[in-house]
Ligand binder design. Sequence first.
Ligand SMILES: *[C@@H]1O[C@H](CO)[C@@H](O)[C@H](O)[C@H]1NC(C)=O
Ligand SMILES: *[C@@H]1O[C@H](CO)[C@@H](O)[C@H](O)[C@H]1NC(C)=O
Ligand SMILES: *[C@@H]1O[C@H](CO)[C@@H](O)[C@H](O)[C@H]1NC(C)=O
Ligand SMILES: *[C@@H]1O[C@H](CO)[C@@H](O)[C@H](O)[C@H]1NC(C)=O
Length: 486
Amino acid sequence: MIAKILTFVFLCSRILYVAGDFYPRYHLAPPKGWMNDPNGFCIFKGEYHLFYQHNPYSSYGPGIVHWGHAVSRDLLHWKHLPVALDPDQWYDNGGVFSGSCLVDAGKMYLYYTGNVNHEKETPDHSQYQALATSENGYDVSKYEMNPVINGSEYQPDLRDPKVWKHGDKYYMVLGNSFKGQSNETLGRVLLWVSSDKINWEKASILLESDGELGYMFECPDFFELDGYWVLLFSPQGVKPQGDNYKNLFQTGYVVGRFDYKTNVFTPVFKFKELDHGHDLYATQSTLDRQGKRIVIAWMDMWDQNYPEQAEGFNGQMTIPRRLQLTKDGRIIQTPVKDILAARGRVLHTGRTRSDKVIRLDDKTAEIVIRSSPLRDFELLLEAENTTVKINYDRVRGLVTLDRGGKDGVRRTNWRPRGILVWKLYIDASSIELFCGEGEVTFSSRYFPVGPVKVRLGKASEAENMTVRSMKTTVDINPNNVNEPQE
Ligand SMILES: *[C@@H]1O[C@H](CO)[C@@H](O)[C@H](O)[C@H]1NC(C)=O
Ligand SMILES: *[C@@H]1O[C@H](CO)[C@@H](O)[C@H](O)[C@H]1NC(C)=O
Ligand SMILES: *[C@@H]1O[C@H](CO)[C@@H](O)[C@H](O)[C@H]1NC(C)=O
Ligand SMILES: *[C@@H]1O[C@H](CO)[C@@H](O)[C@H](O)[C@H]1NC(C)=O
């Protein structure tokens, strides 16, 4: 009998919660299977294209990874396309790893890393840089003379090409690891130059780890922003320090100056983490239609085994964000304006105290709050199985996001001048918090079962709190998938 009841409960919970309960409504996730790093982010013939690391066959890991592909007119309404790149060549048969898109002379040039595994050998893999092109943005073909960079001196970890054009030359940054003076493995970013997009030469080392920044730099991106140059990358092997570097791997940036004549990058400000939540990795930026720098990232982290895997998918992207730089070298992030198109109805607005409980529509919301800098503040998101607490300690100048469970707390300094502004984007299994003008952000996954309610903590008060629902802008029917091209 007990077994029968349990089976019944199990079946009910499956019916209620497993059919897409955690699948995002307005963030890009794979139609099925696994997603990690964003790749090939670009605007081409009037549409935004986003490729990504993808396993179409399983949600439990990248497998021998492919490139998934989605397209959007506005960075928010995404349409899934067939798998763009399969691991089917000698130089990528261990995975079509991350890379980027250069749009040049009306064509897409997709640079990526071909990974090759060597069983029972040391090192156990090699990584080549390869090229694929597309005339129409939909049909992609690999270059016949691949790889374009063999990189034999830099093996085994040489990956994630990000390519751009300047003048009549092409530039590529690559993540790499090398042996330090005491034979320790250290991360670095290499710069390569080409005059024909095919033949590449190493030009300089942009930045290398002194040990503090770990053993490998992944997904480097390098661009001008508000008068400086930003080297944005994902170092692996950075040790936790107080409230910093608490995730398995980090993403952050070094701001400095760069000279195209010498190819030398001179850091001006120290490495800073881009985000303070649990789940942000492997950023990739591009220029939007207005020529503004925008970035997207994998909103997940390695080795988490989140419960969405049982729903047949893993991983989602962040909301694309506009980047700006302050005079003291800090990145400010704000959701792209297109997010307004996903706004739904207003559920609540006005002066708010803790007795007000707002039940979200379909677990989604945009929440904008203004609160006094003279008092502490707390916001709670509650579901049947979880409570997320966000709070501000005005004496210590600390903002904390606690999603509960093991390692639930993420915290950082925030000392805004004047009123506290909180902007939150809640989706079926994610929270993005933008503090102030976007100078502090937290991006974290959470897995609420049942309806989600939001309210202020005891003794908290909002001068104004506006809660809106968010529309569905991605296909949430898990059966509605594009089969990978065979
Ligand atoms: C890569 O280049 C090195 C040196 O030029 C060469 O010895 C090696 O065979 C090349 N490997 C491949 C797979 O082409
Ligand atoms: C350096 O480390 C590698 C393993 O990472 C080891 O195989 C090699 O013998 C070491 N070399 C020296 C000089 O210690
Ligand atoms: C909420 O439910 C999901 C699915 O059952 C579970 O994986 C997750 O850990 C739960 N969250 C908490 C905080 O209990
Ligand atoms: C509260 O904020 C909303 C949205 O930002 C705005 O439309 C409304 O006028 C504000 N209300 C007050 C009382 O300031």
